[in-house]
Every structure is written in structure tokens, then in C-alpha cells.
Ligand binder design. Structure first.
Ligand code: SF4
Length: 366
């Protein structure tokens, strides 16, 4: 294969090849952007000043590396942005309506996407390198793993627009996809295909949010967001928010499910994203009864594992407390009331009180 020098026309050929390789590697879209994160950095600072990031202190760390791309990776002049669909089922609403079931965010049902996408991006990086063996290239791939402003970059690259729910929406694919990036020193031709914002007057995501986590459109207060509370937050879940969480025990997709742009979602063809161990519609009690050994076994290679057994049990206890009156649930909670962790014990106690109250109330003649 003839080698490509860094001439303009050759870079255009290389950009086309990168997109073709990306498609072969399973990405639904690949686009190249000359990053300008000045507006995004202003929004970030406002968001941090409002303390909407909760305990995610890492959001304010790393100085300006987050929005000055060549401070994170030397000599970066372009970012290659990719997206990959992950939705594998359509049981979301049925599970949310059944309060004996546990709802797990759809992105977490299969194998951890970080590994899969990182591997594919590494292949893409090596294909580019192979085209330019004698050129000193600076390239680095990211998947939700470093101070990278992936959503503003994706928006600039034309992968979609930032919806009022703060997710990237694509007019053909909705929002059920992962993002990834390659920072590169190659001055590739950029894509000028930004999608206009098509949210219009819709506010479905804001209205449906179970915990009212959007203080205004395009702004998320993570401290009220179920995804943050069940995954990122290490301490007790605020008592006033627990009843609002329903059966959502790992993440929440309500603002995606309600979005009209997700009415006809694209299904993934990746077998790694196929639900494992029935996690697409599990019983709350079944998950709660897992021992730590079982938790580690069933979540091996899954993004769920990173929250650890105690937070897993904390979240499930909230789900069990929110379930309808159920003596089996109460028995399971009471059997485990002497938990070793203060965090879990307090949530289990809360759930026991909720169940006892509901059972008593249900039994009382009208
Ligand atoms: S639900 Fe409506 S407002 Fe929210 S992101 Fe989708 S289109 Fe935009």
C-alpha cells in the first residue's frame, strides 16, 4: 500500500480511510473535529460553581487539560470522535413498571464498554500509524477515561446535538450510544456537519425525571440524578430522594426512554452488549440475595462491578423499600438486617420500615 505523506490531498484520503476503518471496527459514526472548547469550558465552570457535580471532585481537577486539548496530549490539533450503539433490548418500560424487578441502566447490561471500545480505538490508532510509519505522530485514545469533554466534542464533530437532558442526540440514532475519542497531531480535514438542535419546545425528559434533576434545560444537578446517586455517590442516598428512585438500582434511563428521538432506536450488533445473567429484567430479591462472591462472579467484566458489593446492596435496599407491600421482600430484608456495613445497614433498616408500613397499611380493613 503506498504511504501517505502529510499533504492536504493525502490527508483527505486518510480521513476517508479512517472513517472506513471505523465502520469496519463497528463504529456507527466517525467524524473529525478541530476542537474549540471555550464555550464548553465556561459552562463547565458555571456548573461547578453551582456545585451540581456533588462529590465528583475529579470534575474540577486537571486544571485546563479538560478544555485545552494539547495540554492533555501534546500537539493535538484534531479529535477523531466515534459513536457506537449499545441498546440490546426493549424491556425498559415493562421493567420500570414492575416494582418487583430491578432496573439497570441499559448501557450496563453486558460487557464493560470501556474495554471493547478502547480495543477498537487502539486498532484505529495503529491503522493510522501504519499509514505514516516515518512520521512522528502524537495520538491517544479515550473512552470516558480522562478529562475529555466528550459531549461538546461529539457535538462539534456532528455526532448529534446536546439535548435538554444533557445527552448527545442523533437525528437517526437517538441517544443510546457510547462515545470515544482519539486525540491526534495529524491536521486531518474536519467535518462540517454539526446537527442543529432539534429539541424544539419538547420538555419530555425534564418532566419525566423521577427526581427533578434538571434545574433548567441543558443543566443537570448530578446530586439529584439517580445515575450519580447509584453509581458515583459513595455515601448514603438522601432519604427524601429514596422514594423517588423506584426500582432503579444502577443508573437511570428515563430521560432517554421519554425522548421522542429514541422512538425508533437502533439496536446494537455487538454480542458483548447482550444482557448477561438476566440483568435486563432481574428480580430485586434475587439480586439482593447474591452473596459477595456471587456479586463478583456475576459482574465480572461488567461496569456494575466498579461500585462494589456494598453500594450494590445499598441501591437494592432502596429498590426493595420502594416495592409494593411484599412479605417475601420484608423477610429477605429482615434476614440481612445485621449487615456488617453501616451504610448498607441503614438503608436496609429504611427499607424494612417502608415495607412494614406498607404491609400494615395494606392489611388494615378499610
Ligand atoms: S426529551 Fe425532548 S427536550 Fe429532552 S432531549 Fe429529547 S427532544 Fe430534547
Amino acid at each position: 500500500m503506498p504511504q501517505i505523506a502529510d499533504k492536504t490531498e493525502n490527508l483527505a484520503i486518510l480521513a476517508k480511510k479512517i472513517k472506513a476503518w471505523g465502520a469496519q471496527l463497528g463504529f456507527q459514526q466517525v467524524a473529525i473535529v478541530e476542537p474549540d472548547l471555550s464555550a464548553a469550558s465556561e459552562k463547565l465552570h458555571q456548573w461547578l460553581a453551582s456545585e451540581y457535580h456533588g462529590s465528583m471532585g475529579w470534575m474540577s481537577e486537571h486544571g485546563d487539560k479538560r478544555y485545552v486539548v494539547d495540554k492533555l496530549v501534546d500537539h493535538t490539533v484534531r479529535v477523531i470522535c466515534v459513536r457506537m450503539d449499545y441498546l440490546s433490548d426493549n424491556k425498559m418500560i415493562a421493567v420500570l413498571k414492575n416494582d418487583n424487578k430491578a432496573y439497570i441502566s441499559r448501557y450496563a447490561l453486558g460487557r464493560d464498554y470501556h474495554k471493547l471500545i478502547r480495543r477498537r480505538l487502539a486498532s484505529l490508532v495503529s491503522f493510522i500509524r501504519a499509514e505514516l510509519p516515518s512520521m512522528a505522530l502524537s495520538q491517544r485514545a479515550f473512552v470516558d477515561s480522562a478529562p475529555v469533554m466528550e459531549k461538546p466534542l461529539a457535538e462539534q464533530a456532528g455526532l448529534g446535538w446536546m439535548g435538554k437532558n444533557t445527552l448527545i442526540l442523533n437525528d437517526k440514532a437517538g441517544s443510546w450510544f457510547f462515545l470515544g475519542e482519539i486525540y491526534t497531531s495529524l491536521p486531518l480535514p474536519v467535518d462540517h456537519s454539526e446537527q442543529p438542535n432539534r429539541c424544539g419546545k419538547c420538555r419530555a425528559c425534564i418532566k419525566v425525571c423521577p427526581t427533578d434533576a434538571f434545574p433548567e434545560p441543558y443543566v443537570l444537578d448530578a446530586r439529584r440524578c439517580i445515575s450519580y446517586l447509584t453509581i458515583e455517590h459513595k455515601d448514603a442516598i438522601p432519604i427524601e430522594i429514596r422514594p423517588l428512585m423506584g426500582n432503579r438500582v444502577f443508573g437511570c434511563d428515563d430521560c432517554q426512554i421519554s425522548c421522542p428521538w429514541n422512538r425508533y432506536p437502533q439496536r446494537t450488533g455487538e454480542s458483548d452488549f447482550t444482557p448477561r445473567h438476566g440483568l435486563d429484567e432481574p428480580e430485586l430479591v434475587t439480586l439482593y440475595n447474591w452473596s459477595e462472591v456471587e456479586f463478583l462472579r456475576y459482574t465480572e467484566g461488567s461496569p456494575i462491578r466498579r461500585i462494589g458489593y456494598q453500594r450494590w446492596q445499598r441501591n437494592l435496599a432502596v429498590g426493595l423499600g420502594n416495592a409494593s407491600a411484599n412479605s417475601d421482600i420484608l423477610a429477605a430484608l429482615e434476614r440481612s438486617a445485621a449487615q456488617s456495613s453501616d451504610l448498607v445497614r441503614e438503608h436496609v433498616q429504611w427499607a424494612i420500615e417502608q415495607q412494614r408500613h406498607k404491609i400494615t397499611h395494606k392489611a388494615r380493613p378499610k
